[in-house]
Design a protein around this ligand. Structure first.
Ligand code: IPM
Ligand code: MG
Length: 357
């Protein structure tokens, strides 16, 4: 059956990296994969096209499609817009509208990139962590929020909030993933200070009773941030809230050499999802043809695996990425002496060539 993929390029390096991911998808036709792609603007591009970072037509397309592939949003040009018109709001709204509550962010070290990590090779070699970040709740969406005058001065405020059901559903996803991996789950919160975290922990323990084979542990977020750089291989699956997951997943990405390597899946209750690299729009290098397209290409692999149930095709892509790394191809962010520095397009071409071999 022909699958429909909504392609949202977004801003900055978004169009360049997604173009390479689309070449990879095209190459999969040779293996019998049938798809059609439809493009729509989001983020700053959505604002430019329709005065809205999430235009109505884009949301409609995303809802109809089997899966969504997204580049990145944001850029300095849009920083002075009213808050609800900013690119990031478009991204947050599409996550919320599509009910994509489970954000999977794998931090996997490709052996060839051990030298590109800022940590010693022995600390990171063999690293394979899955961060499950709750994506539609927490301080990102909690009410009340705002900036207002109190006692003659401006006060900014946000609300950290989680309901039992929100914690429960993401905990089930995380335990389910742990069951397919090394059966270790670490729940990260700040229960020593925050009531919201206290409830989080309680619910995760409760859900854990359904998964007696999974070894559940708990860690405060400050300690987790430290442990990630001290001894990251102690982690298998991490489950955490939206804001902690945002921060820890950026941190974890550096263990793998570059944030340019990390894909993500954002799933709803039926495994329908949106796929995007975890890095941003990188306005500083946009248009220069030097961005690393591998995180986006690996996001396509996740799309095939989690939403389209095409695990074999996903493995083909992942093997092709391994192969180009083994061949020495490196974009600037993962370049180390003795390897072959290439740009965005050449990296995409190399992956396609490896797929065809
Ligand atoms: C991410 C990004 C987004 C987030 C921004 C761009 C709104 O940092 O996907 O991690 O904070 O979720
Ligand atoms: Mg982030």
């Amino acid at each position: 059956m022909t699958k429909k993929i909504a392609v949202l390029l977004g801003d900055g390096i978004g169009p360049e990296i997604v173009a390479e991911a689309m070449k990879v998808l095209e190459a999969l036709r040779a293996f019998g994969f049938k798809f059609e792609a439809e493009h729509a603007p989001i983020g700053g591009a959505g604002y430019d096209a329709a005065g809205d970072p999430l235009p109505e037509a884009t949301l409609k397309l995303a809802k109809q499609a089997d899966a969504v592939l997204l580049g990145a949003v944001g850029g300095p040009k849009y920083d002075t817009l009213p808050r609800d018109k900013r690119p990031e709001r478009g991204l947050l709204r599409i996550r919320k509208e599509l009910k994509l509550f489970a954000n999977l962010r794998p931090a996997l070290l490709y052996p060839q990139l051990a030298a590109a990590s800022s940590l010693k090779p022995e600390v990171v070699s063999g690293l394979d962590i899955m961060i499950v970040r709750e994506l539609t709740g927490d301080i990102y969406f909690g009410q009340p929020r705002g900036i207002e005058i109190r006692d003659g001065e401006r006060v900014g405020f946000n609300t950290m909030v989680y309901s039992e059901s929100e914690v429960r559903r993401v905990a089930h996803v995380a335990f389910g993933i742990a069951m397919k991996r090394r059966k270790q789950l670490c729940s990260v919160e700040k229960a020593n200070v925050l009531e919201c975290s206290e409830l989080w922990k309680e619910i995760v323990i409760e859900v854990g009773r359904d998964y007696p084979e999974v070894a559940l542990s708990h860690m405060y977020v400050d300690n987790a941030a430290m442990q990630l750089v001290r001894a990251p291989k102690q982690f298998d699956v991490i489950v955490t809230g939206n804001i902690f997951g945002d921060i820890l997943s950026d941190e974890a990405s550096m263990l793998t050499g570059s944030i340019g390597m990390l894909p993500s899946a954002s799933l709803d209750a039926d495994n329908k999802g949106m796929y995007e690299p975890i890095h941003g729009s990188a306005p500083d290098i946009a248009g220069k043809g030097i961005a690393n397209p591998l995180a986006t290409i690996l996001s396509v692999a996740m799309l095939l695996r989690y939403t389209l149930q095409e695990a074999a095709l996903a493995e083909r892509i992942e093997a092709a990425v391994q192969k180009v790394l083994a061949q020495g191809y490196r974009t600037g962010d993962i370049y180390t002496e003795g390897t072959r520095k290439v740009g965005t397009v050449a990296m995409g071409d190399a992956v396609v060539a490896a797929l065809r071999q």
